[in-house]
Design a protein around this ligand. Sequence first.
Ligand SMILES: [Mg+2]
Length: 217
Amino acid sequence: MEPTAVVFDLDNTLAVTRRDRQTLLDEATDAADVRPIDRAEYLAAHGEDLASETRAPIFDSIIDEGDPGAVAASYRDAIRRDLAPVDGAESLVRDLRTDYRVGLLTDGPMRAQHDKLEHLGWTDLFDAAVVTGSLPAGKPDERAFRAILDALDVEPAETVFVGDNPTADIEGAAAAGLVTVQVLRDGETPSAAAHATVSAESLVEELRGLLAAQTRL
Ligand SMILES: [Mg+2]
């Protein structure tokens, strides 16, 4: 089936932070005057609690002393200041919209993810955008993919999902019946669930060709 829709992940697919997330997390814990938090510890707690308005419940589950709301606010600010579009990402989306329905499906708290879209100037860039903080479950849960498919009014088999996370994005999208394109960085190996792969550096140049080739995969 020829694809009629493309859905993108946001973080590390269309937008990247200039500094690594551990550095930003350290900046946030320092600013909020709480103990340092390891990125792995944060991610474990983040995976447990995606469906919330802010990251405060995530930090509340990690720290025993200090104000989790203050860490959440500092971390949100740090990421927002640091987040930048992948070169050419915005024009890629605009260009694709001439031929495809184009959506965004991003995991995370509502406030944090909407702040990112505002900072990037992307609140109206997509035909539809779904933040999983508004849903009962995030990626890789099928309901997350169903939500963006419904918002775009398209079927899974005609939709290509583009993302970097092998589990949440690629396995999740494939299990939900979408066609998958995995964005790979140095040293990363393709997921068995990836229908196609593209290196992060060539995503903007090569995605159109990959989409045209999907009928042959
Ligand atoms: Mg990502």
